[in-house]
Design a protein around this ligand. Sequence first.
Ligand SMILES: [Zn+2]
Ligand SMILES: [Zn+2]
Length: 274
Amino acid sequence: MTDPALRCVTSCGRPSPDAFLCPRCTRLLLIDLLRVPWLMDQLTLTMARLDRVPAGAGAGPESGTPLPLRLTTIQAASTLRYTLQPWARTIAEQRGVPLECRDTVVALAQWLAGHIDSVRQSDEAAQLYDEVRYAIAQVTRAIDHPPSLFYAGPCDHCGSDLYCGTDDRGHPKAAYLTCRSCGERYEFAKRRAWLLAAAEDRLATATEIAQAVPGIYGRQISVNTIRSWIARGRLLPRAWVHHGVAYAQRQADNDRPLCRVGDVIDLAQQREAS
Ligand SMILES: [Zn+2]
Ligand SMILES: [Zn+2]
């Protein structure tokens, strides 16, 4: 393939004389693959948070509540696994190289990222590109905030999941919410203790924490305040995002820090007490 008239096999239409995927589409696919370890960490945290809901709290279709968030996260993880696995095998076979990696989502994504040149030379690159990017987008969606509904924990009375509508910034809209299964009414402010406990172990960027805090803590904390706490060493990052992947140790100067939500709320409480 050295004909300059040849175009990228995705819908992008850019010239791609030397491979089926153009450099831009290759880069987009590579960035997605490199984000997978971080995405899977976030998915695990999302599931751990949802696991705190007592057994039996999952709302079935008969109760009229939305599809449980947990199901969405499990489906997204499984779609990604069963998309990466056959594609890694296909690329390995086409190139005549062994598929030497563990059979996990993260290992398969890293293997494909390491063989990105083979991927762009594969005559099945268009299908691989669509399917892999779609599956990664599903995982991103499963962990992405703000959702259109704010999860407010299980009903104290019947155990069903409670949800509250949110505004465009993901903040709860109503001061009161009503359990759709048993009709129990809650003042939203009183659900905060539960939300706080559920969220405190999550790791997130300063921007994400600043967005999430009003909903769970009831006060604004600006992203600049969080950044200044990090700069002055009052808030210690628990991990660092380097080229889309989370590491326990900082890899480069421009890595983004990930902090624990609970640490930020502790500092906010200290600030108010002083
Ligand atoms: Zn392209
Ligand atoms: Zn209830």
